[in-house]
Write a protein that binds this ligand. Structure first.
Ligand SMILES: [Zn+2]
Ligand SMILES: [Zn+2]
Length: 382
């Protein structure tokens, strides 16, 4: 239990409390006023971390809501925080949900039907990354990505709409138990990694594109300049050689040899200059995670029945009243940043078109959500 005790002591001290250890599983805490209110403690408090506690001691354990309360203390300065966004006034559900779905659902090989709609809460994860591109120049940029953990959808645009609202909330609060229960659980880190990678790669490429374009232009300009310079030198030498071909005698032979060596030297220097350019313009891109924010938001959840051949499956899609936007359907393989989804025969996965592309080696069409690592026929890794 001492890890928990140390964590709590450290956290409280950082927030202005005076903490003294009274043994391996007890702390005496002198708590300043604002912190007293947040934690509901008297000024002088004894905290206990063991199974047996003396009377008047606040028992702290991994169970219960203490970790949530301590998390709230960390939230505004930590790299991870959570808050709940409430509607300023009750919002009516969308009057024509089918029309909304029509805008975001494009299923070339399946049909869909709206089964129902209900108000609930969902949990959205906003992640901020720092992208650094280092070449002959350095470029840094922040990228925000978002997932609706309740539906699996990528909701970058919706979260972009919510960000100003988030900045304005000053009396933000922790989601209560009912909200958490309605919003459902989060994702395992494996599930998050699998979903995050394609979206982050795509986003990083998009963000880097203007930088890459200007870099490519500079590289082409430098390469043309290097080429023109060495080409002129080489042409002049070759012309001299041509003239020497018509002459005879020892003198001419020596000149020819010298000129031939000169041509070789020019070619060598040209290749070396190209290598230099390659090194100067080599691009190193690093992406690092900066911050995560989990927000609990009210939504209207649309249950959509997807039919493909004999199979059917219900997928949830949320309409976000705070942004007045509907999200695109989840994409179980690929970034899925546009609205086209192909549905697989076996498990009715939704993927973007690339997620059903033919195998590059044997040509078999297969679902990248069913077979994320290799082709089921030829086992070629993709
Ligand atoms: Zn194959
Ligand atoms: Zn599949």
């Amino acid at each position: 239990m001492s890890e928990l005790r140390d964590f709590v002591a450290d956290l409280l001290e950082r927030r202005g409390a005076a903490v003294e250890a009274l043994g391996p599983d007890r702390l005496e805490v002198l708590t300043p006023a604002p912190l007293r209110q947040q934690l509901g403690w008297p000024e002088l408090t004894h905290l206990g971390f063991g199974a047996q506690q003396a009377a008047g001691t606040v028992a702290i354990a991994l169970e219960g809501d203490w970790l949530d309360r301590f998390g709230a203390l960390l939230a505004d300065e930590g790299r991870w925080s959570e808050r709940e966004l409430r509607l300023p006034a009750p919002a009516p559900p969308p009057s024509d949900p089918e029309r909304l779905l029509d805008r975001v659902l494009d299923l070339p090989n399946a049909t869909w039907r709206l089964q129902g709609m209900s108000a609930t809460w969902t949990r959205c994860l906003m992640l901020m990354f720092r992208l650094t591109a280092l070449s002959d120049e350095k470029r840094e940029q922040l990228i925000w990505l978002g997932f609706n953990l309740g539906t699996g959808a990528v909701i970058n645009e919706i979260l972009a709409q919510l960000r100003p609202a988030l900045a304005q909330v000053d009396d933000w609060h922790m989601p209560d138990t009912a909200t958490r229960r309605a919003a459902g659980p989060g994702w395992s880190s494996a599930a998050l990694t699998a979903r995050l990678r394609p979206v982050l790669e795509r986003e990083a490429r998009d963000v880097m594109e203007p930088f890459l374009r200007t870099m490519r232009r500079r590289l082409e300009r430098d390469r043309d300049r290097v080429h023109a310079y060495h080409n002129d030198l080489r042409e002049a030498s070759l012309n001299r050689l041509l003239a020497l071909d018509r002459a005879s005698g020892d003198r001419a032979a020596a000149d020819r040899r010298r000129e031939t060596l000169r041509v070789e030297a020019i070619e060598r220097e040209y290749r070396a200059k190209l290598d230099d350019l390659r090194r100067n313009y080599a691009l190193r891109v690093t992406v690092e995670w900066v911050q995560a924010l989990e927000i609990y938001v009210p939504v209207q959840r649309l249950e959509v029945l997807i039919r493909r051949r004999k199979g059917e499956r219900i997928i949830p899609l949320d309409w976000h009243p705070l942004a007045r936007m509907i999200e695109r359907p989840l994409c179980e393989a690929g970034a899925g940043l546009d609205r086209v989804r192909l549905v697989c025969d076996d498990r009715l996965h939704l993927t973007d078109p690339a997620g059903h592309a033919p195998c590059t080696s044997c040509g078999k069409l297969f679902c990248r959500a069913c077979f994320p690592n290799s082709c089921p026929r030829c086992h070629q890794t993709r």
